[in-house]
Design a protein around this ligand. Sequence first.
Ligand code: UD1
Ligand code: MG
Length: 450
Amino acid sequence: MTNRPLACVILAAGKGTRMKSDMPKVLHRVAGRPMVGHVLAAVQALEPDRVVVVVGPGMEQVASAVAPFPTAVQTEQLGTADAVRASFGLLEGFTGDVIVLYGDTPLVSPDTLRAMVAARRGAEDPAVVVLGMRPDEPGAYGRLILDGRGGLEKIVEYLDASAEERAVTLCNAGLMAFDGARMFDLIGRIGSDNAKGEFYLTDAVQIARASGMACAVVEADPSEVVGVNSRAELAEVEKLLQRRLRRAAMDGGATLIDPDSVFFSADTRLGRDVVVGPGVVFGAGVTVGDRVEIKPFCHLEQVTIDAGAQIGPYARLRPGARIGADVHIGNFVEVKNAVVEPGAKINHLTYVGDARVGAKANIGAGTITCNYDGFSKSHTDIGAGAFIGSNTALVAPVSVGDGAIVGAGSVVTANVEANALVVSRARQQSYPGWATRFREGKQKEKAKKA
Ligand code: UD1
Ligand code: MG
């Protein structure tokens, strides 16, 4: 029984009118990832045999976001049962268990999905398992009406519920698991005779019960099944997920000095004994090695940082930055699309873009790789152990050989040989006593005018 095939259907055809957005609702991001991507990630943890995402007409953006998973188009928004029907073509011949999820409910955990599947495969062999919850404010959620024996009798939508039914606190979180062998028939029999005139997926329960089949409830923590219908709810879900990600980072062996001020992406990976200061933001695609310290107020995105590196405070690491072991990146340093090899130091006020900085090189304050000529990007190569004096402009394409020294204030436009000294600023000239003579002259001029 536990080896039965599993299919997952994710409903995402809703227009999301209340988001007031030109973008389909499920593409709005939470912790850097579209909502539907979170649902897919939870689903993938169960290694399903089939996944279908149901979208509305013209939602090509959703289709490309969920690829390679296939999408089925629900032509008209006639209700949740109609949406599941739209997936039937892609589920043809499927006889295992089917979980129906919502694309706008991104926090559901794989464990909850597993609990639903386990209940579906339980001794009573329920035709439908519904995910229930007891939110603080049951509001307009559908209500789960139990029979005397703890089984699920029916689901009533809020608009169709009596006062007595509305007083029930056990609510429909929306997710359901079906026995695939019975699902097509059950959902096929759902009509639209209700307050909204929609085909309610929830009616599958009553229909199953009327045919003598069992239905069951699995309860989830309400925080896992919060749905997003507005920007305010999007922010709420972001908050919940950030709390979860901070907790996971600490459980994984990272110190967060002020957890509430650190923002993670869903895919942030931290090693052991990483220390993260206040106000650090992890954009998508960041991997941090063991013992790395990220000091306050850094912004990181699509970067890999190897063990023992020290970053910040106030550093910005942009896409394509690869920071080697024990590297120091200091305040107001920006690194983009550049490899910084082990032990190199870039400590102050510097831009390194489209470059390689060799092992143990030292980049002085105010160094800039001039990587862009207004048309295209060029590469700067700095050798191992090179010393770049402060306020140097490296005009790419250009290379500085291993062990070379560039004098402060240089504008380097030609390649520098290994172990050479290069100074490319005007030679210093000195005029002894000039300043005294200058001041005396000016004072006399002023006295005459007075
Ligand atoms: C639904 C449940 C309700 C439950 C609530 C939990 C039904 C009839 N009601 O109500 O019991 O308490 O969720 O949040 O199922 N969708 C489509 N096509 C459609 C209609 C909806 O794809 O034609 C998708 C939406 O994009 C959304 C999901 O299905 O992802 C739920 O639809 P929604 O209209 O939000 O249902 P609720 O009225 O909230
Ligand atoms: Mg809803």
